[in-house]
Design a protein around this ligand. Structure first.
Ligand code: ACO
Length: 322
């Protein structure tokens, strides 16, 4: 039986930091409002000349060094993102070229904030089938390009970044299980109103903004993130005591706290980065994973539950032994 396991991780955050104090000068808001409603204190913003692929390359190099692999070893690239450089060619091929990775399968998945979980789950299946020996899996966003900086209800929430993992085959798990789900009936609660076949010429991407019903998203997010975690535990006959670390999508501290409370998970066992990263969509889970590993909290052999929820709605979990 072939399993996949995480051989290395990395993250990259753009240099520029936008604090709540900076936002106070841009829209009618306050540090106090943002902190109490979301937990967010700061977020990183990509520079004008940075592309999402640049963030990915930086995170990928660190993950590859951590795993001790070279570009010649990589035989699959999967990227979870909603903010690719171009409509085509695919961002994974742009990353491949920038890094000098030899010809291999390279594609992206667009599942909003759940993008990395979808990407990791897909890579796991490639490795389990025996087709892939070394996968580069990335969650990345320059989501702030989709923000209307005059809309205080959304502009305080988001940030940019990239997180990467190297996945390799192993005789033992590694990834124990993955669960993915989606329900398109919730589209109107969170969406971006422009696409290739919808309003592209009329609006121009830069003229649009993220549409979000914050309260409704909040309620469904808490319910779904709780259910997703429980589904992974039930499928493996585990209880919360078996989980060393919960690594949820970092949308909002109140969503994370409410989910943990619903599950009965102490916050000390939940990796939290939303305070310093904001909501980085598909990048949030791999970056939080990397933070927990590099600051020494997450150790080899521990059991981790990764989970995410995002526009669609989409959701998913990955249960793994690190
Ligand atoms: N500063 C000050 N006041 C604000 C701001 C702001 N930045 N934004 C909204 N307000 C005001 C509103 O206008 C409203 O004023 P009113 O009562 O005079 O109309 C008041 O604050 C309350 O607004 P609510 O939307 O009810 O505030 P709420 O407590 O629900 O918090 C929030 C809003 C933070 C967006 C919350 O609903 C939330 O976190 N929802 C989840 C959304 C989310 O995380 N989306 C990210 C993408 S989805 C994902 O990643 C899972």
């Amino acid at each position: 039986m072939i399993y996949s396991r995480i051989a290395g991780t990395g993250r990259y955050l753009p240099e520029r930091i936008l604090t709540n104090a900076d936002l106070e000068k841009m829209v009618e808001t306050s540090d106090e409002w943002i902190r109490t409603r979301t937990g967010i204190e700061q977020r990183h913003i990509a520079s004008e000349d940075q592309r999402t692929s640049d963030l990915c390359v930086n995170a990928a190099k660190i993950a590859m060094e951590d795993a001790g692999v070279t570009v010649e070893d990589i035989d699959l690239i999967i990227v979870g993102t909603t903010s690719p450089d171009l409509i085509f060619p695919n961002i994974a091929t742009i990353i491949q070229h920038k890094m000098g990775i030899p010809a291999c399968a390279a594609f992206s998945v667009e599942a909003a904030c759940t993008g990395f979980i979808y990407a990791l789950s897909s890579a796991d299946k490639f490795i389990r089938s025996g087709d892939t020996k070394c996968a580069l899996v990335i969650g990345a966003e320059i989501i702030t390009k989709l923000i209307d900086w005059e809309d205080r209800s959304t502009c305080v929430l988001f940030g940019d970044g990239a997180g990467a993992v190297i996945l390799k085959p192993s005789d033992e798990p590694g990834i124990i299980s993955t669960h993915l789900g989606a329900d398109g009936q919730y589209k109107d609660l969170l969406y971006y109103p422009v696409g290739v076949s919808n309003n592209l010429a009329a609006a121009g991407l830069g003229d649009s903004r993220i549409m979000m019903s914050g309260n409704e998203v909040f309620k469904v997010a808490v319910k779904t993130l709780g259910a997703v975690a429980q589904e992974a535990l039930d499928a493996n006959g585990l209880s919360l005591d078996d989980i060393d670390w919960l690594i949820p999508h970092q949308a909002n501290l109140r969503i994370i706290q409410a989910t943990a409370k619903r599950l009965g998970m102490p916050m000390e066992k939940v990796i939290q980065t939303v305070q310093i990263h904001g909501n980085t969509s598909a990048a949030s889970v791999p970056m939080a994973l990397d933070v927990g590993i590099r600051d020494g909290r997450i150790k080899r052999g521990q059991t981790l539950l990764l989970e995410a929820f995002g526009g669609g709605f989409t959701w998913g979990s990955v249960l793994l032994k690190y």
